[in-house]
Each structure stands twice: as structure tokens, then as C-alpha cells.
Write a protein that binds this ligand. Structure first.
Ligand code: COA
Length: 330
């Protein structure tokens, strides 16, 4: 018997607080006009610690929404993966916190660190477990509170990111016409310097004299990231399509990582994707890293813009650097 994975539920969650571009004008040299025209971002959500908004609580809300849509008991879930670079703590994992809160007692769970590619990496891993028959139902989450890793004095990065979470619930199927058709995952550590969080790990722990708090935050060479994100998302999209003898014209709907409107425009232009065939929420949420793709999927699904049978293509690019694509027949 050949097994495949089918998405049966999606969910998303955001902190309450909305931060506008104008808010940044109070503490860095920037303007609403610069941020809007150079990035397409207008607002982003920022977690409020005092209201209990952490990566785990956002992830839990998104997971509960996905489980509710799928209408299955949480104890049927056998695997939980969270793509995040902002776990609540290093131990226990945030995935374990979710496992306990959901009462998913049969699930093994782990956090996965591949920055903005976290959701597609997680989806691919869960798909492999389901295809081999080891797991029947899996929960994949992308959740971040990047606001905790932002250098609020660095105008080149602080305006770009936001907090949020998205989730997808997968289950085993034998029908290929409603399943994840394929995923492609890529890494290139030799370019890791262009988007990194240099301090705060085992090389520069907080107690060493060399440790600098301002290096325990996102450091980015914006234009290098920009060029690589465009090229790699396009290449990854074409690669997963070519694996299945398909072209961009065969795709019903596209989901690209939400980092910069100009990156999205270049991907759409090269792949000849009309704007009405892609979901864009970058203007509202900014770049929420691993959360962007599952949130887009959830929003488009709930808005009935995508429907069972549609061919969906997803592509992402993240720090470190990582990138990925996925082809799904809904
Ligand atoms: N407000 C005003 N000016 C800003 C600014 C801000 N928020 N951020 C940067 N600038 C300035 C720079 O300091 C620079 O000034 P200078 O010429 O005096 O040195 C100028 O704008 C141009 O900077 P540059 O980096 O060339 O701008 P850009 O057009 O490439 O846009 C990014 C910068 C960050 C928006 C863009 O490079 C980008 O989006 N990169 C990809 C980011 C990304 O996707 N990251 C996550 C990937 S997962």
C-alpha cells in the first residue's frame, strides 16, 4: 500500500498589538513612505509578554484552530514539529509544550531550526514519516516571536519582522489526488553570514567577555539576501514542478515567503504568476519567518480562495541560509 499525506486542517494566530510604520519614526531614522515603498509592509503584530503572548501560546492557538477545522481528537496526533528560531526556551522544546497543552499524549515532538524555511522543512519531514507508515497524523507549525531577537536600533532590520504562528494538520491517505506531491529542501551554510544571529549560542554565551547583547539579534546583509531569495525561490519552484512534469501554468495558486513585496513581485514576474493567483499578507504582518506560509495557507483556505483539488505551490527562503519548495494537490 502506498501512503501519502493530506492536509486536513489549518490555523493561524497573532498577537493583539499592531505596530505601524509611523511607530518606528519615534525611535529610528525612517519613514512610513520608505518602509512601504521599499518593503510593502504597513503594519506588523508584536507579542506582549505581559499578556502571555510567547511563541508557544501563539503556536498553541494556531494548532487548536487547525485541529478544530480537521475535527479530530488531539490524541490521534503522533508527531508535532515546530519550525522556530524563537522557542520559549531551549529545553523543554516548544513542541513539547504544545504536546502537553494539547494532550497529544501519543505524539513525539521536536523543534526544528531552519529560520523562514521552518514550515516547509517540517512539512517535508512529516510527509516522509507519513509516507513510510511510521506516523498517521502529524501537526506542523511555524511560529515566531522575532520581536524578541530584533535590534530595535537597526533600521535596516527592525522594520521588517513581526510575530505570529500558523499550523497545518496532516493525515495519511492513499489518494494521490489530494496529497502533498513533493517537497524540495536546500541549505547553503557557506552563505550563512548574510542572515544570522551571531551571539547567544555556545560560541558566544552571555557570560563571556566577548558576548555583545546587540549581536544577540538579527544581522542581515539586505541586498545579498534579497538577490538570493529571489533566485533560490524561483529555482526551487521550478525544480519541484519539473519533478512532476509540470510548469507554473499548471499551478492554481502560489504561496511565497512574505519578506519583501519587491521579492514577491520578482518571483511572480519571472514565473509569470498573475497577482490574483497568490496570497499576500506581508502588508499586514511583515515577515513572520516560519509562520508566513502556514498563515497564508490558512487565510486563503478560510477565504475559500483555494479549494480541494487545486494545485498549490509554496516556496520560501530563510537565514543560515535555507530554502525550500512544496507542491500540494489540496
Ligand atoms: N528606513 C530608511 N532608510 C533605510 C531603512 C529604513 N528602515 N533601512 C535601510 N535604509 C537605508 C540604508 O541605510 C541605506 O542608506 P545609505 O545608502 O545611506 O547607506 C539605504 O536605505 C539603502 O539601503 P539598501 O539596503 O540598499 O536598501 P534596499 O533597497 O536593498 O532595501 C531591504 C533594504 C532590507 C528592505 C531589502 O534589502 C530587503 O528586503 N532585503 C531582503 C530582506 C529579507 O527578505 N530578509 C528576510 C529573508 S528571510
Amino acid at each position: 500500500m502506498n501512503y501519502f499525506s493530506k492536509i486536513i486542517g489549518t490555523g493561524s494566530a497573532f498577537p493583539e498589538r499592531i505596530m505601524t510604520n509611523h511607530d518606528f519614526e519615534n525611535f529610528v531614522e525612517t519613514s512610513d513612505e520608505w518602509i512601504r515603498t521599499r518593503t510593502g509592509i504597513q503594519t506588523r503584530r508584536i507579542a506582549d509578554h505581559s499578556k502571555g503572548e510567547f511563541t508557544s501560546t501563539l503556536a498553541l492557538k494556531a494548532a487548536r484552530n487547525a485541529i478544530e477545522m480537521a475535527n479530530i481528537p488531539a490524541d490521534q496526533i503522533e508527531l508535532i514539529i515546530i519550525g522556530t528560531v524563537t522557542p520559549d526556551s531551549l529545553m523543554p522544546t516548544t513542541a513539547n509544550l504544545i504536546q502537553a497543552a494539547l494532550g497529544a499524549t501519543k505524539a513525539f515532538s521536536f523543534d526544528l531550526q531552519s529560520a523562514c524555511s521552518g514550515f516547509l522543512y517540517g512539512l517535508s519531514i512529516a510527509d516522509q514519516y507519513i509516507r513510510t507508515g511510521m506516523v498517521k497524523t502529524a501537526l506542523v507549525i511555524g511560529a515566531e516571536t522575532l520581536s524578541t531577537l530584533i535590534n530595535w536600533q537597526d533600521r535596516g532590520t527592525c522594520v521588517l519582522f513581526g510575530d505570529g504562528a500558523g499550523a497545518a494538520l496532516l493525515t495519511r491517505t492513499t489518494e494521490t489526488n489530494h496529497s502533498i506531491l513533493g517537497t524540495k529542501l536546500y541549505s547553503d551554510g557557506s552563505k550563512g553570514d548574510i542572515l544570522k544571529i551571531p551571539h547567544g549560542g555556545s560560541k558566544y554565551p552571555h557570560y563571556l567577555p566577548e558576548y555583545q547583547h546587540k549581536l544577540h539579534s538579527i544581522h542581515m546583509q539586505g541586498s545579498e539576501v534579497f538577490k538570493l531569495a529571489v533566485r533560490n525561490m524561483i529555482d526551487a519552484s521550478l525544480a519541484v514542478l519539473s519533478d512532476h512534469g509540470l510548469t507554473p501554468e499548471d499551478v492554481d495558486y502560489f504561496f511565497f515567503h512574505q519578506a519583501n513585496m519587491r521579492i514577491l513581485d520578482m518571483c511572480m514576474k519571472t514565473l509569470k504568476v498573475p497577482k490574483e493567483k497568490t496570497w499576500i499578507n506581508l502588508d499586514k504582518y511583515g515577515n513572520t519567518s516560519a509562520a508566513t506560509l502556514p498563515v497564508c495557507l490558512d487565510e486563503a483556505w478560510r477565504a475559500k480562495v483555494i479549494k480541494p483539488g487545486d494545485l498549490i505551490l509554496m516556496a520560501t527562503f530563510g537565514g543560515g541560509v535555507t530554502w525550500a519548495s512544496g507542491l500540494i494537490r489540496l
